[in-house]
Design a protein around this ligand. Structure first.
Ligand code: SF4
Length: 163
């Protein structure tokens, strides 16, 4: 399975989720958190109507000034800020590899908050390691075991892990 930005997000929340996703085990689509996330994605910032696709990547929003491209990723909550940061880093890196220098902004409309994300050489190195580890996890015959973490409570896979 090809590594993508969503996998980077899962990887930084729970390694078991990466494996479940790689096997196309879909989380509970009626889970409250999945539904709210979908609603925000569909409604917020749509007034800009600037979603674009780039390879296998879709960016929520783009701000463009004279000599700077800024891509945005809309999130429901900043509780997963670290995971969201790496997801956006992955997109920035994809653009960089295509010769496009860009900055990123994480948008949290419900919290009226935004955070800048910048790609550095160091973060590119980390990304590379994460991508290799994601590939390793995807090749495992069994998922990494479920470990109770603070994200389990709101995870749409919790039925699968703990029922
Ligand atoms: S319920 Fe917990 S262990 Fe299971 S996939 Fe979600 S975060 Fe990972």
């Amino acid at each position: 399975m090809e590594v993508n930005g969503t996998m980077l997000w899962y990887y930084n929340v729970c390694k078991r989720e990466v494996w479940l996703m790689s096997r196309a085990i879909v989380p509970d689509q009626h889970d409250e958190n999945v539904e709210i996330g979908r609603f925000i994605h569909e409604r917020t910032y749509k007034r800009n109507d600037k979603e674009i696709s780039f390879g296998n990547v879709k960016f929520d929003v783009i701000f463009r000034s004279k000599n700077q491209i800024t891509i945005g990723e809309t999130k429901k909550t900043s509780k997963y800020a670290e995971a969201s940061k790496w997801q956006l880093m992955y997109y920035l890196n994809q653009l960089k590899e295509a010769g496009i220098e860009a900055k990123g902004i994480l948008l949290y409309p419900e919290e009226k908050k935004r955070t800048e994300v910048n790609l550095t050489d160091e973060s590119r190195e980390c990304l590379q390691k994460m991508c290799l580890d994601i590939e390793r996890i995807c090749e495992l015959k069994r998922p990494p075991s479920a470990e109770k973490i603070r994200f389990c409570r709101k995870c749409a896979y919790r039925e699968y892990c703990y029922s």
